[in-house]
Design a protein around this ligand. Structure first.
Ligand code: 5GP
Ligand code: ZN
Length: 112
């Protein structure tokens, strides 16, 4: 269905997987912007946060728990980290499969 579906199904693209369960998968971004840059995605193909429906609310909880595990594994729990999700063109969304960027490992700026 899309490149992230291919990664989550293990079909193609060897991905550097940090965490996985039946609902979500977390893997390193191919073009990291910080020492730690992991993408957390639902295995189900959902285009963006804006397409989350009532049936998928529990999936967001799974994603939050996955972020916590990623932050612990990456050793960025104490130093801090940021969760970012882009919705649509102006935000810079380039892959139309919901993903949360988990970014840390250095002091982050705040620029738009
Ligand atoms: P967006 O710009 O949609 O918020 O984020 C998409 C992210 O996916 C980008 O940071 C980009 O580097 C990453 N990305 C795109 N294609 C691949 C890929 O094939 N493998 C991995 N690991 N990351 C990818
Ligand atoms: Zn997909």
């Amino acid at each position: 269905m899309c490149i992230f579906c291919d990664i989550s199904s293990g079909k193609i693209v060897p991905a550097d997987i940090v965490f996985e369960n039946e609902h979500v998968i977390a893997f390193r971004d191919i073009n990291p912007v910080a020492p730690s840059h992991v993408l957390v995605i639902p295995k189900k193909h959902i285009r963006s946060m804006h397409e989350i429906g009532g049936d998928e609310i529990s999936l967001l909880g799974e994603m939050i728990l996955a972020v916590q595990k990623v932050a612990e594994k990456e050793g960025i729990l104490k130093s801090g980290y940021r969760i970012v999700t882009n919705v649509g063109a102006d935000a810079g969304q380039t892959v139309d499969h919901l993903h949360w960027h988990v970014i840390g490992g250095r002091k982050l700026g705040w620029e738009f």
